[in-house]
Design a protein. Structure first.
Length: 364
């Protein structure tokens, strides 16, 4: 590999035109019934001409998993036409379409879930300060099934793959973390037991693939490498997780980071770059997507030193929807949002960025 602009072939034989993917980004912009809005379709289509694949905003798989206002849903068959619109828009630009599938757990929005019943691994305090109820084993089984059912819907809608959202402190991470999982049944305890839930989800998603798709259907898994809390995830635990995931039926692993340069914080080994450490653990078994603060072609070049096989671009594709095409053509790219330019960003997403000034460079 000399640059991320060369084609990439997954272990299942699927080739994408280059090694850049659009990072999943929630847009807060669905219609009132949680179907995709026209503005989101325009936003996706605009960004699908350069990257090899687009990973969508996370879609919730069951009503009590809804984590954002304006989040797209994939929790029942009624949503297949909405999902199909997203897949079609992404295919218009020639990128592979990957649906990110999700449950918010204790981060769910109380007013948006049935009966305000926010659920997680344990009874605790939710992100909003209210109560979180521990899921029963039966309910855990329902969520596992829901991830499989959502995968079937993604297949029927024409998606090329799904990405299981195991990152960013949402439900799967809540089960993996010793901070948010103190269960004493088979879903809690040792690091291995805290993986039970996510491994069952991976199986469920694979069962749907075997039943409704073929080998070409891509299944990815996203994780966050560390948590700051006392009992939270350490990089040593993530090393164990990644080692296990690399042997699962997955087509890629995707780290979640704000900056690809980040070094290990809670790790018994040498505190070097997190992507580098995990890439060594994976040891070529499965492709690894790096991410975080890649704004310029120079950043991408520097990121290559981590060994990441593919790079995800998030905020930079908000700033420059045609970043990949421009970089391929040797044209300059902005690394700050030009507020006077129409970048086809849905209004609720733009408003969210304006409320969090500093989140996306140049947003005022
Ligand atoms: C507006 C916005 C929404 C996001 N939504 C999601 C999401 O739905 N799922 C996810 O896994 N990560 C989400 N992220 C994190 C990004 O995928 C990415 O990891 C992060 O922005 C760092 O990459 P970047 O520096 O290229 O933006 C979001 C980030 C932003 C800026």
């Amino acid at each position: 590999m000399t640059t991320y602009l060369t084609p990439f072939t997954f272990n299942n034989g699927v080739t994408i035109r280059n090694r850049y993917v659009m990072a999943p980004m929630t847009t807060y912009s669905a219609n009132a019934d949680d179907t995709v809005s026209d503005a989101e379709i325009t936003y996706y289509r605009e960004r699908s001409y350069g990257v090899g694949a687009v990973i969508t905003a996370c879609a919730y798989v069951i009503p009590n998993g809804k984590g954002f206002p304006g989040q797209i849903s994939a929790h029942s068959d009624e949503y297949i036409p909405s999902l199909k619109r997203i897949a079609d828009a992404i295919h218009d630009g020639g990128a592979k379409a990957i649906l990110q599938i999700y449950h918010g757990g204790r981060q769910a929005v109380r007013e948006l879930v049935p009966n305000g019943d926010v659920v997680s691994a344990i009874d605790s305090i939710a992100a909003d300060g209210g109560v979180t109820r521990a899921l029963t084993v039966e309910e855990i089984g329902e969520i596992v099934v829901a991830f499989g059912e959502t995968t079937r819907r993604a297949i029927e809608a024409g998606f090329d793959g799904v990405e299981i959202h195991g990152a960013n402190t949402y439900l799967l991470q809540q089960f993996f973390s010793g901070f948010t999982n103190k269960r004493t049944d088979r879903y809690g305890g040792s690091v291995e037991k805290r993986m039970t839930f996510l491994l069952e989800i991976i199986d469920s998603v694979n069962r749907a693939k075997v039943q409704y798709a073929d080998d070409q259907f891509i299944i990815g898994y996203r994780f966050s490498p560390e948590e700051p809390e006392e009992d939270g995830i350490t990089l040593d635990e993530t090393v164990q997780l990644v080692d296990r995931l690399a042997d699962e039926k997955l087509d890629y692993l995707h780290i979640s980071l704000g900056d690809f340069r980040a070094e290990a914080r809670r790790y018994s080994g040498e505190k070097e770059n997190r992507i580098k450490i995990l890439k060594r653990v994976i040891d070529g078994r499965v492709p690894f997507i790096g991410v975080g603060s890649i704004y310029s072609p120079e950043d991408a070049k520097e990121a290559m030193e981590t060994g990441a096989d593919l790079l995800a671009l998030g905020r930079e594709l908000l700033i420059e929807p045609h970043w990949v095409e421009k970089v391929a053509a040797g044209e300059p790219v902005s690394t700050e949002m030009d507020m006077s330019r129409d970048n086809e960003i849905p209004e609720p997403l733009m408003n969210m960025m304006k409320r969090n000034v500093g989140w996306v460079p140049g947003v005022k």
